[in-house]
Design a protein around this ligand. Structure first.
Ligand code: ADP
Ligand code: GN1
Ligand code: MG
Length: 368
């Protein structure tokens, strides 16, 4: 276990879990937080929790992150109750500390929080069945629709300029210039690919500034493993990983799901011949997302969906490469050159989208 998680026992002691903790282990495949599954015994009953050491290098305003999460989940809980749903399964439930706080700081300054574990549901790293992807599209769309009445001014911007692609480009150029690890020569082809697309990076952000795309409350990290799929009904039961819920663009939420879920290969596939955009999955996701949004997207937003997919994939490729050049300080890595592999997959997917651009636009035109 990384030293940063050394004080997990302090967190277990501080948070108000029911019963006695009998086991805990690392869990999930997120790139940012340290996530643990915690098992408690309360008399005859077994209760599971998710315990996370939050990444405070990335989320510097932990208080703000937790205020957002409490605000959004309280709001969603009410909506779910109104519709006779089960809020303990359909949104995250924060488990507070024994003194009533939404997070805990341990003696070495690490921040911890806990959630109820969502039972009988799973997260996936690849789409196993097209119908699952459709269900996740509906759930992410619905998430955005439900939050359309949320007071956006109450949200803290937990990572400024999170999907400001031109700002990401500047960070990339800086990392390239500094080349602190001397890795630049390993990625010349990828660097050139990104540079050639610099002009396109500001398309969405410019449309926002010009009022052509509306600012909405969005999730901003809509990959497949940030949604729980019910093991029995196969519905997208709960949207998780709410750290980046902020005002943003609907086309970005759409786009990030396509980047991850409609890729025929894994995010870190090394055999690039396996990487491509699945047009059937692209179409299925459009259908589900528009339905989930209750058909509230504007014509311009729908028209720009392919661009959302391309920009999110390009931006993510650029972010992985920036991290590779900077010494892998942001995304967790599990092998040498992991971030370079991830960047290559993303950029190959961008290239495939460019080849399929006419088809992508053709599909979208049927949904306007
Ligand atoms: P990261 O920001 O590192 O991606 P996440 O909040 O997405 O962290 O959590 C990582 C993984 O932990 C998820 O992909 C999911 O598998 C699992 N997970 C998180 N919250 C819950 C929960 N409430 N119930 C069940 N599993 C969860
Ligand atoms: C991170 O936290 P996780 O693993 O769900 C990242 C996303 C990237 C994604 C790439 C806060 O998501 O922006 O798109 O990795 N989250 C943050 O897989 O940076
Ligand atoms: Mg996650």
């Amino acid at each position: 276990m990384s030293m940063k998680c050394d004080k997990i026992k302090e967190a277990i002691e501080a948070i108000d879990f029911k019963g006695k903790v009998i086991d805990y282990k690392r869990f999930g495949s997120g790139h940012i937080n340290d996530t643990f599954l915690l098992i408690c015994e309360d008399g005859e009953k077994i209760i599971k929790y998710i315990l996370q050491r939050m990444n405070s290098d990335i989320f510097t305003d932990i208080q703000g992150v937790m205020e957002n999460i409490i605000g959004v989940t309280t709001f969603l809980r009410k909506k779910i109750e109104e519709e006779n749903g089960n809020p303990d399964r359909e949104t995250l439930t924060v488990i507070c500390t024994k003194d009533g706080k939404s997070y805990f700081m341990d003696s070495i300054g690490s921040y911890w929080r806990a959630y109820l574990y969502i039972e009988d549901a799973s997260c996936y790293d690849v789409v196993e069945k097209p119908e699952d992807f459709y269900e996740t599209a509906k759930a992410f769309g619905r998430f955005q629709f439900l939050l359309s009445e949320y007071p956006a001014e109450k949200l803290h911007e937990t990572i400024p300029d999170f999907h400001n692609t031109p700002v990401r480009m500047e960070a990339f150029k800086k990392a390239l210039k500094e080349d602190i690890c001397g890795r630049r020569s390993m990625a010349e082809k990828e660097i050139q690919f990104i540079m050639e697309r610099e002009k396109e990076m500001s398309i969405a952000i410019d449309m926002l500034k010009e009022g052509k795309l509306p600012l909405r409350v969005t999730h901003n990290d809509t990959k497949l493993n940030n949604i729980m799929i019910d093991d029995k009904t196969r519905e997208g039961i709960c949207v998780i990983d709410l750290d980046t819920v902020m005002p943003g663009l609907s086309i970005n939420d759409f786009g990030d799901s396509i980047r991850f879920g409609a890729n025929t290969a894994k995010e870190d596939e090394v055999d690039l011949s396996k990487v491509s955009l699945s047009l059937p999955l692209f179409e299925i996701y459009i259908k589900g997302f528009l339905e989930g949004c209750n058909n509230s997207l504007t014509e311009e937003e729908i028209k720009m969906l392919p661009m959302g997919a391309k920009l999110m994939t390009l931006e993510c490729g650029m972010r992985f490469l920036t991290d590779f050049l900077s010494g892998d300080t942001y995304f967790k890595i599990h092998r040498d050159n992991h971030n370079l592999d991830r960047a290559r997959t993303q950029l190959s997917l961008v290239a495939d989208m460019e080849n399929k651009w006419k088809e992508m636009e053709g599909i979208v035109s049927r949904y306007k």
